[in-house]
Structure formats: structure tokens, C-alpha cells
Design a protein around this ligand. Sequence first.
Ligand SMILES: C[S@@+](CC[C@H](N)C(=O)[O-])C[C@H]1O[C@@H](n2cnc3c(N)ncnc32)[C@H](O)[C@@H]1O
Length: 283
Amino acid sequence: MLIKDWLESGKAEYGNAPDFLRLDLEVILVKVLGVKDRSFLALHQDDNLSDEQIKLADRLARERFINEKPLAYVLSEKEFYGRRFYVDSRVLIPRPETEEIIDAVKSVASSSMRILDVGTGSGAIAITLKLENPGLEMMASDISDDALDVAKRNAKEHGADIEFAKSDLLQNIGNLPDIIVANLPYVDKGWSWTSRTLRFEPREALFAEDGGLFEIKRLFVEICEKIIKVSDDKEIYLFLELDPSQKNTLKNFIKGVNTKRGTKTVKIYDSNYILGYKIRRQR
Ligand SMILES: C[S@@+](CC[C@H](N)C(=O)[O-])C[C@H]1O[C@@H](n2cnc3c(N)ncnc32)[C@H](O)[C@@H]1O
């Protein structure tokens, strides 16, 4: 079968699928052929596909169109900040909105700083930061062994030297790093759009109690508790991803924690899904 015939038959078979989904047929073929991008298909539409290639492409198309599996899981990869990361259903698919956390951290990070990525999932944030600035001392943690397996695989594939730890937030983390980055679960189960779109991803990577802020609030308290225990005037940067609708609630929560724990928190970054803070003890 020729490339153009496979694409045509796919379009006929999944004809009711929306246009953006039909584009995925081409992306599936790009993956099966192991070529760089879709431009190859236009130039080689009369090339023959082998039986093996047709079988694999058919299987992937069925997963995408019949089962409606996210394309990233069908292809076992997702691009993040210009690099490809291995993903499977054990980890959240890295989102475009999370890429902004990289720029936010880059705006304050200098070589030799210690950075911890809490809830690393696929490792996309930690690995990207390390590759963008190899001088950084990078640690990454997750509560999930499965996620850590995927993150380690990605670190190896990208040649990124990262220290991994299994930890519930900061429980197994020793000294406070200079910067903490966290894209923890923040989806409230009640949000109406969540049920269908997110059904393939691990629930523990997505949902949190307390309006979605349970883990983020816990992390903030743990940081403050650690900061007041260290004797010097340690300052720490914290960069978080959350839903814009949660910002006000978090702001009030932070105020309360500062008063109770004797910490001071200054907001240094606020854009879309990303917030950045500088935290220290009150002087
Ligand atoms: C929203 S996913 C983010 C994954 C990745 N950082 C990213 O941006 O694509 C949240 C991750 O936090 C992890 N997680 C959830 N609760 C945690 C906890 N209490 N301590 C550490 N990691 C946690 C989940 O296993 C999941 O991998």
C-alpha cells in the first residue's frame, strides 16, 4: 500500500473525526516510518509501506481514533521545551503551559544552584532545566515509583545527570535546595471538563483535595517549617504551577502561614499558570 493510500483509507475510515484528529494520522505515520516530520509524507506519497508498517500504523490509528487515547500515549512521546520525552500511562503528559516554569526558573537560577523538582513525573522539568544549564545541581522526586522509572529513563536518554529520590513532598529530602519547582496535582474533581479529557492519565498525578490545593498547601507549609529551623538567613525560591482560578485562595493561605510560622513570602513571578515566590524567615 502507498503512503497516500493509507492516509486516504484512514480518512475514509475515521471520517467523522474532527480535522485536528485526522492530522494525527499523518503524525502516526511519521512515527511508524521513523522520519523527521510530516513534510516527508508530502514528498514521498507514492512510496510503498511494508506489511509491518501498515500493521503498526493501523494499530496506532485504532488506539487513537477508536479508543481516543491521547496521541502522546499512542506514540509514547511528547515534546516539551523543544525536546522529546518518553511517556506512558504511568505519568502525566507534559503540558505546554508548564514550559513557562522553565523560563521562570531560568530568570533567577545561576550555575551551581541546587534545584529540586517535586513531583517530577516524566522528569520533563528537571531534565530540561539541567540541559538548559548543566551547571545546576538538579534533584527530582516523586511519590510514585512508576513515575520515577519513567523519569530515570528520560534522564538517561537525554544524558542528564540528576539525583532522584522517592519522597512524599519534602519528607525524604535533606537540606533545603535554593530553588523548588513543583507541578503537583492541582485539579479539583468537581471541575466539569475533567472527566473525559483526563481519563487516561494517572489520577494521583492530576487530582487533589481541598479545591485542588491540598498538595501545594502542604508543600508550602513544609518549606516554611524547614526554613525556620535552619540557623542562617536562608532564602528559597518556589515556583508552582496551578490553575489561575486558585491564585487568590493560595494567596490568603500563604498570608496565614507566614503569620503563624514567622516566615516572609514575596511574590516574584505571576503569569498564567505559574507563580514564583521568594521565602525566608521574618527578620
Ligand atoms: C501534575 S503531575 C506533574 C508531572 C511533571 N512534573 C510535569 O510537569 O509534567 C504531578 C506529579 O506529582 C506526583 N505527586 C503527587 N503527590 C505527590 C506527593 N505528595 N509528593 C511527591 N510527588 C507527588 C505525581 O506522582 C505526579 O508524577
